[in-house]
Ligand binder design. Sequence first.
Ligand SMILES: Nc1ncnc2c1ncn2[C@@H]1O[C@H](COP(=O)(O)OP(=O)(O)O)[C@@H](O)[C@H]1O
Ligand SMILES: N[C@@H](CCC(=O)OP(=O)(O)O)C(=O)O
Length: 261
Amino acid sequence: MNRQRKRIVVKIGTSSLILPNGKVNLRTIDRLAYTLSTLCNDGHEVILVSSGAIGAGLASAGYTSRPTEIAKQQALAAMGQMELMRIYSQRFLDYQTKVAQVLLTRDVLTFPISRQHVLNTFEVLLSQGVVPVVNENDTVAVDELDHHTTFSDNDELSAMVAVHLNADLLIVLSDIDGFYDQNPNQVADAKLIPEVKELTPTMKAAAGGSESGLGTGGMFTKLRAAQAMMEAGKQMVLCNGKNPTYILDVVAGKKIGTKFG
Ligand SMILES: Nc1ncnc2c1ncn2[C@@H]1O[C@H](COP(=O)(O)OP(=O)(O)O)[C@@H](O)[C@H]1O
Ligand SMILES: N[C@@H](CCC(=O)OP(=O)(O)O)C(=O)O
């Protein structure tokens, strides 16, 4: 592939997609649709890994907080995924970009035959300029459910997708500017780490969980995604999803957030 044309995976977390009042963050989704469409028009291939199904389901089912019962979370995900895709499809169409839904479970990517079918589907979608919108298939994803407090995690899924599709770059959008030497929500003078070449035990110890009440893995799973990317010789950039147009700067090589690898 011409190095000017990149294959880019963008992952956006629940905390960027759902406002504190429980409503869907339409401003962020609008900007995301504009930005990813711009990248497609520039000749790049773009895959979006989007969380937010449970968050969007909460809003449409009228819940005020995330239920602890797994089946209720799965039901919310089933409702919210429809709502999310409806919004994505509308907003991307404003920029003449088509989207497609790809729901995955870990095992599908682990078994060679099913993995090949999935990869073939991605290749056809990308060759036609369609943006695949990926989420974990939450109604059947039982491999993570023994936690009982968490549900599933898209940070690692996005890294698996990026590695299997031989993407050039994974951009992870969250509710924080990047990876800090301490959890910035707990330590006032925590410092942003702009570049990580290797994850040290001190860095891993600095990665805490999610506090938004909606996100799942916190920084812990983002570092695991970064590790998977670096082991595959690829880069991951973690930056704030408040304004997804930053993605254009990241792709242009500007230093934003934390670059891993
Ligand atoms: N060292 C750290 N640097 C940055 N954020 C951290 C760190 N440790 C824990 N966090 C937490 O991780 C959160 C982001 O993860 P999460 O809530 O799962 O977001 P998302 O929904 O985007 O996946 C931050 O808001 C912050 O509270
Ligand atoms: N699959 C779930 C989200 C799982 C997840 O990893 O959430 P997040 O930590 O916000 O990226 C959903 O769509 O609600």
